[in-house]
Design a protein around this ligand. Structure first.
Ligand SMILES: Cc1cc2nc3c(=O)[nH]c(=O)nc-3n(C[C@H](O)[C@H](O)[C@H](O)COP(=O)(O)OP(=O)(O)OC[C@H]3O[C@@H](n4cnc5c(N)ncnc54)[C@H](O)[C@@H]3O)c2cc1C
Length: 479
């Protein structure tokens, strides 16, 4: 581990001095939060149940990557790591769609050339954040310490040490749980029955399995590097994101039980080969390692978790996936968890006097947006596995690309509003984006607009129709 350099800076007054903050979970959100709170001058202790991923390979040899975009980057800029993170990124300019005959076409994410998303390694990003957090002498990270329960009234956490098997208790001024979708602190809220805690968990009928496309023997990529590849097949799909080493991490999203092929019945090598040969023949050619990956890697479920309140008095707070886990189809779970840190930081800038007020204001500002991205992510599940292949959807995308290109300051599609407009909240992006989608699809199917029309006139019609829909939504109480 690196020597600690004394780089602590303090960004304000009030609660910042001498307060001990205990963070549960050193994943993406927890390590970023530790870094930011360390920069602000708090005494931060982070407890992580897994071994230190910088020293032990906890990925089982798999490289897992994520789509990283502007909301996440806003947080990375806040902590001053933009250049270091950029070095880990591979730009993906659009979706590369693969049909069953092996034909491909690319659909860009935006008509503006400077708007793209990135593929980034989860473990390398996490390791960088841990390194940077640990540079602050007021930040300490402890590995192999599993949180077993939280006494949110007395601000204590019960841990067990995975190596010594001993249990111990830690007390803090404030406890923040960033322990992911299966959060133990959330369970303590729920099981404690001490306050009105609402909780919902909704699984998709689909699960996912990670596979891989390995590099060519000379290290080159076997297919186009700068795209998010999708093989949409209506009820299921395969996607692939590039890694810096020339490989791609491939993910199969498939129902557990429905359809001719599903996770429950793909039990033999022959059935897996038959499924891929029929549905993804061009991908199969790139995946001689398919069977090994398929039978070695786990199948995991996908779900949405919503809960409230996120905090108990001024004692404890849930953040990241622990507060709002979403399905991965908008590529926004990590980005939203990073944006949590930006929002939390901005609340701290306004009030560092009273934790309860800070937590309340943070949740009031934030929850509507994390609820919105949860719903948008479900919408995108349907869009990615099916609609991208649909003619009217493709026409809409073409039209939106043209509008974004020609009127870069005047038009942003729903995808752009969500992904590249980090200065508006997810909820605003959702309301405007959905209204625009409805306006364009209605006008295309009624033949009120056509790609051949004058683009200024199309923009005017889209904007007018969108405003009318937003007005109707407001009257109907949707806004
Ligand atoms: C298949 C898939 C693909 C995804 N793709 C994307 C994407 O492209 N883009 C994107 O933005 N997001 C994506 N996400 C979402 C993203 O992974 C999460 O939103 C993000 O990891 C949340 O960060 P977190 O720190 O809140 O939780 P996690 O990253 O889950 O971190 C939680 C940490 O807490 C630790 N922990 C858990 N329990 C305990 C305990 N009891 N005691 C101590 N420590 C504990 C864990 O070991 C872990 O280190 C994807 C998710 C999935 C499942």
């Amino acid at each position: 581990m690196k020597e600690k350099t004394k780089k602590t800076r303090s960004y304000g007054e009030g609660l910042e001095k001498g307060q001990n903050i205990l963070i549960i979970g050193a994943g993406l959100c927890g390590s970023l939060l530790a870094l930011r709170l360390g920069q602000r001058g708090y005494n931060v202790s982070v407890y992580e149940m897994r071994p230190d991923l910088r020293k032990v390979d906890i990925s089982g040899g798999r490289s897992i990557n994520l789509a990283f975009s502007d909301r996440g980057n806003k947080a990375i800029k806040l902590v001053g790591l933009e250049d270091k993170v950029k070095a880990l990124c591979i730009p993906m300019n659009g979706r590369m769609i693969h049909d069953k005959n092996g034909n491909t076409f690319q659909s860009n994410y935006s008509g503006r050339d400077y708007e793209y998303i990135n593929s980034i390694s989860r473990s390398e990003l996490n390791a960088l954040l841990l390194d940077e957090a640990e540079k602050h002498e007021n930040v300490n990270i402890f590995f192999n310490k599993k949180c077993k329960s939280v006494d949110f009234e007395n601000k204590t956490v019960l841990f067990s040490d995975n190596q010594t098997k001993k249990e111990f208790i830690k007390k803090a001024d404030v406890i923040i749980a960033t322990d992911g979708a299966g959060s133990t602190m959330r369970k303590s809220y729920y099981l404690g029955k001490k306050f009105l805690f609402s909780f919902s968990q909704a699984y998709l009928t689909h699960g996912y399995k990670e596979l891989s496309i390995l590099p060519k023997p000379n290290g080159d990529y076997k297919t186009h590097k700068n795209a998010l590849h999708i093989w949409p097949r209506g009820n299921f799909m395969l996607i692939a994101l590039p890694n810096l080493d020339g490989s791609f991490t491939v993910t199969l999203f498939l129902s557990y039980t429905d359809g001719l092929y599903n996770f429950d019945n793909l039990r033999t090598e022959d059935s897996v080969m038959e499924f891929f040969a029929k549905e993804f023949p061009d991908a199969l050619e790139l995946m001689p390692n398919l069977l090994q990956d398929f039978f070695e890697n786990p199948t995991a479920p996908l779900g949405t978790i919503k809960c409230s309140p996120w905090h108990y008095k001024g004692n404890t707070l849930l953040m990241g996936d622990a507060a709002h886990a979403i399905v991965p189809f908008y590529g926004q779970g990590m980005n939203a968890s990073f944006e949590d840190v930006v929002e939390f930081d901005s609340v701290l800038n306004q009030n560092s006097e009273n934790w309860e007020a800070i937590f309340k204001t943070y949740e009031n500002r934030r929850k509507k947006d994390t609820d919105a991205i949860a719903d948008l992510a479900i919408d995108n599940f349907h869009e990615m596995k099916g609609h991208v292949n649909n003619a009217i959807f493709q026409e809409k995308r073409k039209l939106e690309m043209a509008l974004e290109k020609e009127f870069p300051n005047d038009y942003s599609s729903k995808y752009s509003l969500v992904t590249f407009n980090e200065n508006i909240g997810y909820r605003e992006a959702m309301l405007r984006g959905r209204a625009q989608d409805k306006a364009i699809l209605n006008m295309l199917s009624d033949k009120r607009i056509d790609l051949k029309n004058d683009s200024k006139n199309i923009l005017y019609k889209v904007k007018t129709e969108t405003e009318a829909i937003l007005k109707d939504d407001r009257i109907a109480g949707l806004k």
